[in-house]
Design a protein around this ligand. Structure first.
Ligand code: ATP
Ligand code: MG
Length: 658
């Protein structure tokens, strides 16, 4: 991030917002929590490798490791010499532990159909699909692309790949043909697993048609396996010699058992592309032993998973949240996972709360964007339902504005449930900064403390730790087991992106953060989005939180726009809650409100009312496109946008007002 010459504020970001609300863990929760001994932090700090090894030992290994960690910065290997299989740890192991008849996956389709798979069912399916993959010529090391809706075949396919050592590359089912083709070609997948379609807002998403268009330019793909999700009402073309129906291939499999590959701890488990919020998506490579160790223990401690919990993470498996906290983490713990195919507003805006009530969900993990959407729809939707089964709430994906946190706490948690605001990335594989719900007093808007064994820091431009209260670059000082090992096919970009700013041993996250007097971390936003106003570097989080704190505002995105005298000035894009209409006086009121809450320096030069903000398909606000509009540039990469018409609309508004 280049600094203006002579600003006097080089390499720091100012933290201005003050939050004084505190929520200690409810004593009943703390008493029963999986982790409630605070000495865990000290134990992990004194001997991080010993700490991680003690966790890895809770998994099932075919062969023990010789070395816990081998670190040649920036390259790292974990549990070197150890052998294991991820599907065995997520499935087979639980049969031996008496969980044969326990529900592994409770699935609900958007139209209301349902399937419940016990661990025994999951075992049978994973084995049979693994055998089918072998029969189709997939060998250890071959890449398999998966482009499926949120149906049970998706985790089954992933675990089947893991069983035979074929790294999967899951591509989110909402992506276009071009986005799919790019991802298939980048990893040279040999097989594609897709479906005739999926349901979204009552309509069929035509996955097979999209896949066909992508495959026109994917020469590496030899076979396509097609799951029948929709059936008769939606015909698809099957290309002879290339396309096979999943159910037909499986009908030909007689055996029930596919011996799992005993894989090196460092064997690639999967490739997954980042959300592309800041630019071209990066193909993160995750490996087996370290990744599984990280997602296993964070699921157990952060979500406090217990044998009789019903756990629901609302993310799509196409994102890392779904990989780590729908599939690998919870299943490695033998948990019961709820999986939902469709949209939160189908058939009505209370679908999530209906699922929570009917399924007795005890733990709910969702995103700030979803929470702000629920706020906008109004508290009457959750109020229609009995949510008393809930005992813990989580959020991930973006900084959560304190007002959204409070709304989640009151209207969903009904004041009873601890909230875990979990900070992490596709690159980190697992949650890195988070409360432990039985130990940590939470503060709305703060992801609180590093997970045991994680050593973050906040640095200025020169690489010095910044003082308490001051913002800077969030970095991680030592490797953790589930860090992405490289970018698929592009190790140079890996080094350049994450390990060049402060040398090869410090991982640069790309986010700005500050630490308070209790050592709590506050994510201030992405460093690419930082504003520079008259020499003051301001993160987006605090400005946006001030706006969302005003009762009329549903969502806000703030960007810096070039200004002759001040360098940049803040410009706010704001969408209003139901029942409010834009006006000049409201814009003026919001500008005044920000100045009061944060300080005159942050007062937006302009407030622009919009119907919606541009968001990635993983539900993150894409501020770089707003900057492109405001500075009259051609729009950057828009392939990961949920709804490209939103930016077009904002562009028209912007031009009309200038
Ligand atoms: P790209 O790297 O391609 O721009 P992306 O960063 O959006 O895409 P992800 O790996 O899905 O891709 O998102 C990780 C980012 O999401 C983090 O770097 C951070 O900016 C944001 N984030 C995730 N969880 C939190 C959280 N709890 N609080 C604040 N920010 C969060
Ligand atoms: Mg990122």
């Amino acid at each position: 991030m280049p600094d203006e010459i002579g600003t006097g504020a080089v390499g720091t970001i100012e933290g201005l917002l003050v939050e004084t609300r505190r929520f200690p863990p409810p004593p009943e929760f703390a008493a029963q929590a999986n982790i409630n001994d605070p000495s865990v932090y000290e134990r992990a700090r004194q001997d991080p490798e010993g700490f991680w090894a003690s966790i890895a030992r809770e998994l099932e290994w075919d062969q023990p490791w010789q070395t816990v960690m081998e670190w040649n910065p920036p390259w790292v290997k974990w549990f070197v010499g150890g052998k294991l299989n991820a599907s065995v740890n997520c499935v087979d192991r639980h049969l031996k532990a008496g969980r044969r008849t326990k529900a592994a996956i409770i699935w609900e389709g958007e139209p209301g159909d349902e399937r419940v798979l016990t661990y025994q069912d999951l075992y049978r399916e994973v084995n049979r699909v693994a055998l089918a993959l072998r029969r189709l010529g997939i060998e250890k090391g071959d890449r398999v692309a998966i482009y499926l809706p949120m149906i049970p075949e998706l985790p089954i396919a992933m675990l089947a790949c893991a069983r035979i050592g074929a790294p999967h590359s899951v591509v989110f089912g909402g992506f276009s043909a071009d986005a799919l083709a790019d991802r298939i070609n980048d990893c040279q997948a040999k097989l594609l697993i897709t479906a005739d379609g999926g349901y979204r807002r009552g309509r069929v998403v035509p996955l097979k048609e999209t896949a066909d268009r992508a495959l026109d330019r994917c020469p590496s793909v030899e076979k396509v396996l097609v799951v029948r999700r929709i059936g008769e009402s939606h015909q698809v073309t099957m290309q002879a010699g290339r396309d096979l129906w999943w159910h037909e291939v499986l009908a030909g499999i007689r055996e029930q058992y596919c011996p799992p590959e005993s894989l090196d701890s460092e064997h690639p488990l999967y490739i997954l592309y980042t959300s592309g919020t800041t630019g071209k998506p990066k193909g993160q490579l995750h490996t087996t032993g370290g990744y599984l160790t990280g997602v296993y223990i964070t699921s157990k401690w952060v979500f406090d998973l217990k044998p009789d919990d019903i756990y629901w993470c609302t993310a799509d498996i196409g994102w890392v949240t779904g990989h780590s906290y729908i599939v690998y983490g919870p299943l490695a713990n033998g948990a019961t996972v709820v999986m939902y195919e469709g949209s939160p507003d189908w058939p009505d805006k209370d679908r999530f709360w209906d699922i929570v009530e009917r399924r007795h969900v005890t733990i709910l993990y969702t995103s700030p964007t979803a929470i702000r959407q629920f706020m906008r729809w109004g508290p009457e939707y959750p109020a229609r339902h009995d949510l008393s089964s809930l005992r813990l709430l989580g959020t991930v994906g973006e900084p959560i504005n304190p007002e959204a946190w409070m709304w989640y706490h009151e209207h969903i948690g009904r004041g009873r449930c601890p909230i875990v605001d979990t900070w992490w990335q596709t690159e980190t594989g697992m949650i890195l900064i988070t409360p432990l719900p039985g130990l940590t007093t939470t503060k709305p808007g703060s992801a609180t403390l590093p997970f045991p064994g994680i050593e973050p820091d906040i640095l200025d431009e020169a690489g010095n730790s910044v003082p308490t209260g001051q913002g800077g670059y969030l970095v991680i000082r030592r490797p953790w087991p589930s860090i992405s090992r490289t970018l698929w096919g592009d190790p140079d970009r890996y080094v350049k992106t994450y390990f060049s700013k402060y040398g090869p041993s410090i991982y640069v996250t790309g986010d700005g953060a500050k630490r308070d007097e209790d050592g709590y971390y506050w994510i201030l936003g992405r460093v690419d989005d930082v504003l520079n106003v008259a020499g003051h570097r301001l993160g987006t989080m605090e400005l946006e939180s001030a706006l969302v704190g005003h009762p009329v505002v549903a969502e806000a995105a703030v960007i810096g726009v070039s200004h002759e005298i001040k360098g940049q000035v803040p410009v706010a894009f704001v969408s209003l809650r139901a029942g409010y209409t834009p006006s000049d006086s409201l814009a003026e009121e919001l500008r005044r409100h920000v100045a009061e809450v944060i300080g005159p320096i942050a007062r937006p030069e302009r407030v622009i009312f919009v119907a919606d903000l541009p968001k990635t398909r993983s539900a993150k606000i894409m501020r770089r496109l707003l900057r492109d509009i405001a500075e009259g540039r051609v729009l950057g990469d828009t392939t990961t946008l949920t709804d490209p018409t939103v930016v077009e609309e904002i562009k028209r508004t912007w031009i009309a007002e200038h």
